[in-house]
Design a protein around this ligand. Structure first.
Ligand SMILES: NC(=O)c1ccc[n+]([C@@H]2O[C@H](COP(=O)([O-])OP(=O)(O)OC[C@H]3O[C@@H](n4cnc5c(N)ncnc54)[C@H](O)[C@@H]3O)[C@@H](O)[C@H]2O)c1
Length: 332
């Protein structure tokens, strides 16, 4: 007989108030699970949002008392998203980046080991690969981060593997690519390529492109990312999996800004090129082969279909004053 999927699992989402974490917590709660969000509310990427149906602990994952509180709640599954989540800000505060992404991940892994968590899902980053101008990235492509963020996220990966290898906990590391969509903080111009470029149009200002127009990226719409992350609980997986969370929707910066401006309805947009930012990779592109096969995915949302959905939300957000109330999950 087919085993029934347990509906009301106790799930911890660290970083559950951030861009991806808020959407993920929402999806898990909608699927009938009990969610504990632990978040220090210092998001780089998202407008902070805490689902009212979750249990929320405000705090830093590197603090002993916070780890103690999680231990008491005893989650069965852990999604570990809490992170200094962007390349550029790591150079402003490397200590926070390294402490949260490496030591913080080590502590959460140790906790998972102690309480015998069933599955541990970690959101790593394409940044671990570093510049891969000339080849399509697969999961076994050489790791060679060229930013502080890439190094600290990779240290996190190594702790997931090392701390949990001799336990019964299954581990999945997703290497996320550029994920965009409603809920990103349009006032933050240091994280999220699509969000940064959109923010200039939203503020009626000329775009500033930091670095070459020839750089290229894969883009993933937030709904697709959340579908995969949510399904990861029940997906059949081996003891330790590494999966690139990308379907290979690849664009140069030049084409991205053209498409953004056209879709936003700004035909006569202006832009200027400024110096690149530290740690910024020239380009990366994945095949998405493993993801497609494991999750039986036939297609992802193309940028040309994701942008109109994203802009529908952007246009509801006033471009002056506080935007917290305008989180997409507040507007539904
Ligand atoms: N958004 C992307 O395109 C992308 C790409 C690659 C990897 N990732 C990874 O996905 C995860 C989520 O990214 P996001 O875009 O939602 O970022 P985000 O900045 O919006 O969310 C991260 C959350 O973690 C919290 N946090 C940070 N440090 C903490 C600490 N020490 N203790 C407790 N909470 C803390 C923040 O307050 C924030 O709410 C991160 O692990 C990031 O590295 C994201």
């Amino acid at each position: 007989m087919k085993k029934r999927e347990k509906k009301n699992l106790k799930i911890l989402v660290t970083g559950g108030a951030g861009f991806i974490g808020a959407h993920l917590s929402n999806s898990l709660i909608a699927s009938g699970h009990k969610v504990l969000i632990v978040d220090a509310l210092r998001s780089q990427g998202g407008i902070p949002f805490i689902n009212k149906k979750s249990k929320f602990i405000k705090g830093d994952i590197t603090e002993k008392k916070i780890i103690g509180k999680i231990k008491k709640w005893k989650p069965e599954i852990i999604y570990h998203l809490a992170a200094q989540s962007a390349v550029e800000p790591a150079y402003d505060d490397p200590k926070f980046d390294i402490l949260t992404n490496s030591y913080g991940t080590y502590l959460i892994c140790n906790l998972a080991k102690q309480i015998k968590v069933k599955k541990f899902i970690y959101t790593s980053s394409v940044a671990v690969y570093g510049n891969k101008k000339h080849r399509t990235i697969e999961e076994n492509t050489v790791i060679d981060p060229d930013s502080i963020y890439g190094v600290s996220k990779y240290a996190g990966e190594l702790f997931v593997k090392q701390v949990l290898k001799k336990t019964s906990t299954k581990t999945i590391i997703f290497r996320l690519f550029n994920t965009y969509g409603p809920g990103e903080n349009l006032n933050n111009q240091k994280k999220g390529m699509i969000s940064i470029y959109t923010s200039y149009l939203w503020k009626n200002k000329p775009l500033v492109i930091k670095g070459s127009l020839k750089r290229f990226r894969d883009f993933v719409f937030i709904e697709d990312c959340i579908n995969v992350l949510t399904k990861a609980i029940k997906i059949r997986s081996s003891k330790h999996e590494i999966i690139n969370l990308s379907f290979g929707d690849n664009y140069t910066v030049k084409n991205v800004i053209k498409l953004i401006a056209k879709t936003f309805g700004k035909k006569n947009y202006k832009y200027r090129i400024s110096q690149g930012t530290p740690g910024d990779s020239f380009g990366f592109h994945a095949s998405g082969k493993k993801l497609k096969k494991m999750f039986n995915i036939k297609s992802f949302t193309k940028l040309s279909a994701g942008l109109p959905k994203y802009f529908k939300w952007v246009k509801k957000v006033p471009n002056k004053g506080k935007i917290e109330k305008f989180h997409p999950l507040n507007l539904v």
